[in-house]
Design a binder for this molecule. Sequence first.
Ligand code: NAP
Ligand code: MG
Length: 484
Amino acid sequence: MSIQDLWFDPSLCFIGGGWVDPASGQTLDLIDPSNGELICQVARGDADDIDQAVSAAQAALGGPWGRMTAAERGRVLAKIGQLVQSNAEVLARLEALDVGKPLTQARADVAALARYLEFYGGAADKLHGQTIPYLDGYTVYTLREPHGVTGHIIPWNYPMQIIGRSVGAALAMGNAAVLKPAEEACLTALAFADLARQAGLPEGVLNVVTGLGAEAGAALSGHAGVNHVSFTGSVGVGKLVQRQASENIVPVTLELGGKSPQLVFDDADIDAALPFLVNAGVQNAGQTCSASSRILVQRGVFDEVLDRMAARYGDLQVGPALQDLDVGPLISARQKKTVENFLSQGASLEKAAEGQIIADAPAGGHYVAPTLFAGVSPNHVLAQDEIFGPVQVVIPFDDEAEALSIANGTKFGLVASVWSSNGARQMRLAKALRSGQVFLNNYGAGGGVELPFGGTGQSGHGREKGFEALYGFSTLKTVAALHG
Ligand code: NAP
Ligand code: MG
């Protein structure tokens, strides 16, 4: 995939079913994380473009989209999913180029996007209202309705997957969407908008405005014409978005960060656990909200687990996305600096192992060697803060109570896993872990689109993915008829 092969102009916004110049006439540089070079320019959309996009979405709700049956909406989503599949390799290469993720991982993201569209396309006509037994002479029922215009602000780490889970569910429920992708990776969002157009999504139902968070993002989260905001990103910006949306009293879904633990007990199947212990920390160079950055290991197997994890780290190869090694670059020079700053705070810790940056990795790429720290105190900054890089800490524990207290001992609560052959322990911990998802003898469950996802604590609130997302992307009306 070369940028010259793009079939759309990335320096434009997609509004009202067509490609338009940003109101400012300005662009932003999009950088290739694998070599630090310019990929292309993208539109610097701002409040004026967001205004246009919201108006286009409002108009779409009053047009053919608003009159479509749920089954018809579902068919349009399924058709977009088919176009995603038939353009899978192009999309994967675009995502790998833009995000810096190894091609195999980018291909998995395309497959996930297609699957979201299949799932939400099929689900569009499956969410029903209820009839409610009430006083004599009344008939009462509920109607599931779209919020109206939904705003979607997404990060750079998994653009396609997050578009699938949030825009997919919102459109299934009949909303019209305005999407603000991250300034550092927005090409697949633009490509997706064009595939949706080709699939027959009516104009204005999906609008994409690229630009800066403080400009386009802030304008979207605070826009009086937006009826629901879905935000995926950092805790700090999540707070701002929630505050801005509160001016308009609209619901907000916040999918924020994590410090997700895996708990490995003496009675665990360590052979089964090992690939998950490491992969969950280094996938996407650790830039995954549900990355497992803390590995808690019972003392009886601590040395064995640490040695075997260290051996795997020794084999990790880091290099350009399109060389498709184990780990790619970080998204930006800024992110690299952030991660290096965390690594320097671990200077006094025992470094158990490091991966290898390949010798001919381009000097301008944002590479960091994956790093494993051993025997880290649960209160150390590396065991508390989200690093968002390929860094894991291994923490010893004595018993179940201590493991639980360490696991629950951060401000986050996104996902957690328990590796143990003791069924009673699995059940106890599944209940006691403060976490949006708990995995027993696995990690991530293959990322299934069917599985509701979201956080507790500062990992956020609201649920996306699965059928559950359809409740969040719709509102309920109660109708009470007095007929005697
Ligand atoms: P971020 O800085 O919060 O950015 C996320 C999005 O918000 C981007 O589109 C950004 O635009 C926009 N934004 C920035 N400032 C804004 C403002 N004032 N108002 C409205 N929007 C604004 O996060 P990030 O650094 O890109 O992503 C990393 C974080 O996301 C991590 O903490 C990670 O855990 C979290 N994350 C969570 C999930 C999840 O599902 N829970 C998934 C992925 C990532 P710009 O690109 O222009 O800054
Ligand atoms: Mg980029």
